[in-house]
Write a new protein. Structure first.
Length: 206
């Protein structure tokens, strides 16, 4: 695991406003409780740590509003269920999404191999009437929550590169290993993204 950056000064700024983040545990920084982002706003990140400064920018893109979610029996996994989403994808190509799943209030796992991410290349402007997304291991009685995040095209490419260089390797046609892209200055590794989110919950029936 990478060493945690403690004692850093972390802030974001936008529209002549600066928001200071507080270190709540080693290497974890949070904004004030009453702060929230707005779609269409560009945020500038600044981190001062051990005499070095790291900066980045990200714009919060629009998000789809789910009409509803349901579930269906997973034919491949006995006694398990999977999420089904119903929503209108907005017109205009370039939207990118990430899906996170929660079971009984707990995030399944905060790793790329346990989330789904996609773009609107094949569904732009279409009504999505019953597509399985997210976690597919729910059991009867579970409280299931689906969370949709908007991500930038650059974030999508970053996530894609991470998976191609890790889990999605091992075949005869693999590309040569390459560096993962980053949008943070001064040689920092990682990615800064501003996401709008929406979520919906239900209880898996018997």
């Amino acid at each position: 695991a990478a060493p945690k950056a403690t004692g850093a000064d972390v802030s974001i700024s936008y529209d002549n406003t600066e928001v200071l983040f507080t270190e709540v545990s080693d290497g974890i920084y949070e904004s004030p409780a009453d702060f929230k982002g707005e779609v269409g706003t560009t945020y500038s990140l600044k981190i001062d740590h051990l005499g070095e400064t790291y900066e980045s920018q990200a714009t919060m893109n629009r998000i789809v509003e789910m009409d509803s979610v349901s579930y269906q029996y997973d034919d491949e996994e006995e006694e398990l269920f999977e999420f089904i989403i119903y929503t209108q994808e907005p017109e205009g190509e370039g939207d990118h999404y990430l899906f996170k799943s929660y079971v009984n209030g707990s995030l399944i796992a905060d790793t790329l191999r346990n989330v789904e991410f996609t773009d609107d290349s094949f569904v732009d402007g279409s009504y999505i009437g019953g597509v399985d997304v997210g976690y597919d291991g729910f059991k009867a009685g579970d409280e299931a929550t689906l969370e949709v995040w908007s991500i930038s095209e650059e974030a999508y490419e970053f996530f894609l590169a991470v998976m191609i260089q890790t889990d999605w390797r091992g075949g005869p046609f693999d590309t040569p290993p390459a560096n993962i892209p980053t949008n943070i200055s001064n040689g920092a590794l990682g990615f800064f993204n501003a996401s709008a989110t929406t979520k919906n919950s239900l209880t898996i029936g018997e």
